[in-house]
Design a protein around this ligand. Structure first.
Ligand code: ATP
Ligand code: MG
Ligand code: MG
Ligand code: MG
Length: 560
């Protein structure tokens, strides 16, 4: 590609609204442009990278026997009602109606759709196992879109769904996907760790997140210094850890920095309330009550859900009664430690509306809700493990780090097949629910995470496998015939070899061209300058400071 013809709007300055390196560099390298908060368009230099990641994903999925399909992003509400998730999903789901008042959503994930396809086509165990995937745009009305394409309202996800006859089959499918993900991220040169994760709103048993350690990550992960134990902090356990007051204070800052307006809090609570139910409300002292409206898990306990719904309504109805906003706290409710945000409200109000359902102290409940009796969950699920705690596996110290979730694999089990009637006849002619798994990777977030790991002060340093182009040929002075003509010749030859090559034929100073090639991170650069009179060019790798003067006849061997 000739750079003079390309839409490649590189920026010298760091855009002021971009906080993290990958966001800054994607904007500066002309890969993406923002259209609205959390909504980006992809320009030529960007889409080439995203396409390469997609192709790596495709190859590794296909290698495991998964088959690509493409589903509609527009999904009728009926399917979601069947699975029971239409009411559970909350405001993160974009909902809309057609001209006939039929409801749809813009798919945030596709368990229902894939289950629907399979239930129509599969009747016998002979047709299983199957693993289907798609690479498609997802829509999520994220509360806080941020960090460029790391967290957006529309993004490309590879989502796969496996269908097996039994748990053993699922174990194998899950293992296959684990391996595929390991290969995908290795090919992208993205250092990552699979960590145990909570199954969350998807339901199901085992789950692993592929986490990239990074200061900009929005997840916290626990690593053991002595063994391979690694888990999302939501899932992590440690030996006999009780949170100290210090840790509680820390949590306070992590979760709700600053004091919020009532309106903000109401919005915040409204979102969490509809979506996730395992949330408790308790007194902070005799006079006030803490309404705990944050928990990020799906618990099938309507009592809890209703209470939260009630609490939110109540908040909406009587804003003026909220006395004091304290920000986040750590509450440990019953045997499960739950991260909580709470606000303090009037006792009077509590008396009027019976919304308090759980507490971490006796006599502090209004309506008692007990773990096991009133709601389900895994003990330890919400345990907040702290740095230095001891590993339950080996006793060594645990470390806590921030991480970016780039991929996530789940064993779903029969949650969707049972609710939606996806069954097969086993070899005894008996009807059984299909055993499912689901597996997601975010394409743009993966690219951003790669940049976080591969850059220097001059720009991106793309790993060869996902670089937008492999080589850039730079004629130092386009007005000099011998620079221009030789550069053209090298460019044509490399192209003929199948090398993905850029020719910087712009009428710019060499310095500008070098800066751009470093910024956009092309792995190899060939500069055609004064040495061309001796039949020589300069060869430079993006990831090293060394420059080498080589003969024209050596180019081929350098690049191969
Ligand atoms: P997060 O915890 O960051 O909100 P998630 O757990 O909701 O992500 P999944 O439903 O597991 O995400 O989706 C699979 C993958 O899709 C994630 O691992 C991530 O790579 C990507 N992804 C999810 N949400 C977004 C988003 N808003 N923007 C970009 N990529 C996303
Ligand atoms: Mg999410
Ligand atoms: Mg997550
Ligand atoms: Mg996830």
């Amino acid at each position: 590609m000739r750079m003079s013809k390309m839409l490649m709007p590189t920026l010298k300055e760091v855009p002021s609204d971009a906080e993290i390196t990958s966001h800054q560099l994607m904007l500066r390298a002309g890969m993406i442009r923002k259209m609205a908060s959390g909504v980006y368009n992809q320009l030529p230099m960007g889409i080439r990278v995203f396409n390469k990641i997609q192709n790596i994903i495709r190859e590794e999925m296909n290698a495991k026997g998964a088959q690509e399909i493409l589903c509609s992003g527009l999904i009728p509400s009926e399917l979601w009602k069947e699975s029971g998730r239409w009411d559970v999903m909350g405001p993160e789901m974009f909902r809309l109606k057609d001209r006939n008042e039929r409801s749809y959503c813009m798919g945030p994930t596709h368990e229902e759709v894939f289950t629907d396809i399979i239930r129509q086509e599969v009747t016998s165990y002979k047709q299983l196992p199957l693993n289907l995937y798609q690479i498609q745009v997802k829509y999520r009305d994220e509360r806080r879109p941020r960090f460029g394409v790391m967290r957006t309202k529309t993004f490309t996800m590879k989502d796969a769904y496996s269908f097996d006859v039994d748990q053993e089959g699922l174990d194998k499918s899950y293992q296959d996907m684990f391996e595929a993900y390991t290969n995908i991220f290795a090919r992208c040169e993205l250092e990552n760790s699979p960590v145990q994760a909570d199954s969350g709103a998807m339901g199901g048993s085992a789950s692993a997140e592929f986490m990239v350690k990074s200061e900009v990550g929005e997840d916290e992960i626990v690593f053991c210094t002595g063994c391979d134990y690694a888990a999302n902090i939501e899932k992590a356990t440690s030996v006999n850890h009780e949170p100290s007051t210090e840790e509680m204070k820390e949590m306070k800052e992590v979760h709700t920095p600053g004091v919020h307006t009532i309106k903000e809090l109401v919005e915040f609570f409204k979102e969490d309330a509809g979506k996730f139910a395992k949330t408790l409300i308790y007194y902070a002292d005799g006079k006030t009550v803490a309404v705990v409206v944050r928990g990020d898990r799906d618990v099938n306990e309507t009592k809890v859900a209703n209470a939260i719904g009630g609490a939110v309504e109540f908040e909406l109805a009587s804003e003026s009664t909220i006395k004091e906003v304290t920000g986040a706290e750590v509450g440990f409710a019953g045997p499960i430690g739950i991260k909580t945000d709470y606000i303090l409200i009037d006792q009077e109000v509590v008396d009027q509306r019976n919304v308090v359902i759980g507490a971490n102290k006796t006599e502090y409940h209004i309506e008692n809700a007990n773990y096991g009796r009133d709601f389900e969950g895994t003990v330890g699920d919400f345990r907040n493990v702290a740095e230095g705690d001891k590993c339950t596996k080996c006793g060594s110290s645990l470390e806590v780090a921030r991480g970016v979730e780039v991929g996530h694999i789940f064993k779903l089990g029969t949650k969707y097949s049972e609710s939606m009637g996806a069954t097969f006849l086993d070899n005894n002619g008996k009807s059984q629910p299909i055993v499912m798994g689901c597996y997601g990777i975010g394409v743009e977030r993966t690219a951003a995470a790669v940049i976080e790991q591969h850059h220097d002060e001059n720009g991106i340093i793309w790993p060869l496998a996902i670089a937008p182009y492999h080589v850039v040929v730079v004629p130092v002075n386009i007005k000099k015939d011998e620079h221009r003509e030789n550069a053209e010749k090298i460019y044509e030859e490399l192209k003929a070899m199948g090398v993905e090559v850029l020719l910087d034929d712009r009428d710019e100073r060499a310095g500008v061209k070098f800066k751009d090639s470093e910024l956009i991170g092309i792995p190899m650069r060939i500069t055609v300058g004064k040495d061309i009179v001796d039949g020589k060019v300069e060869f430079k790798l993006r990831n090293s400071a060394d420059k080498e003067v080589i003969g024209l006849d050596e180019i081929k061997s350098k690049i191969e």
